[in-house]
Design a protein around this ligand. Sequence first.
Ligand code: IYR
Length: 230
Amino acid sequence: MTSKLAFNQGDPQFIPLTSYRAYPQEEMEQRALQFYQDMARRKTIREFSSEPVPRSVIEQCLLTAGTAPSGANHQPWHFAVVSDPALKRQIRIEAEIEEREFYERRAPQEWKDALAPLGTDSSKPFLEDAPHLIVIFGQKNTVMDDGAVVKNYYVPESVSIATGFLIAALHHAGLATLTHTPSPMGFLNQLAGRPDNEKPYILLVVGYPAQHCMVPNIRKKPLNEIATFL
Ligand code: IYR
């Protein structure tokens, strides 16, 4: 249920922008470089330790995700945090059923070739090993406290932006993630007890890397391959 408080409707109301901070050019450059260097250290991992992660850190990072911009500020997302071992096991079982189907039948050879450098397969032990799985749902519409149903806009874009904020926040806090997309993932509605107006987009695996965790030796594109200045 969404309260009217966090979901403004009606006439615009404006308040002064007091939170913005400007920096002198040199400091801007320094900050931009430092943030890049910190984010460039982030690696998607697939080998997780079972060491527990405090829920307080997850909660704080979810609040950061919730600061993301969204269509009409409807904040059309829900984060289901799964930490219960029995439920994680159930998610692993159902995900592996889909993944076996994907790797053994559904995936075209071209797709399998594209995944080859990552070394992925249908076995997903991290779904049980990692302390938390955050199932990220997008909401087609929002159900208000009074039962009214309001349509949401740009849901995939909004959810993706919030997910990016969440991945960055978790990394910043010293945690590692895997952006996992079992396909199809409708089974997650039932397991996480989420309603039909919500669609699971991403299953974010969160925890610490396993000791001696290995990652694929892959690189990010240089600036001239990802940007043009017109
Ligand atoms: N969902 C499968 C396959 C997969 C697809 C893509 I695109 C990836 O970047 C990685 C994996 C799996 O999780 O193995």
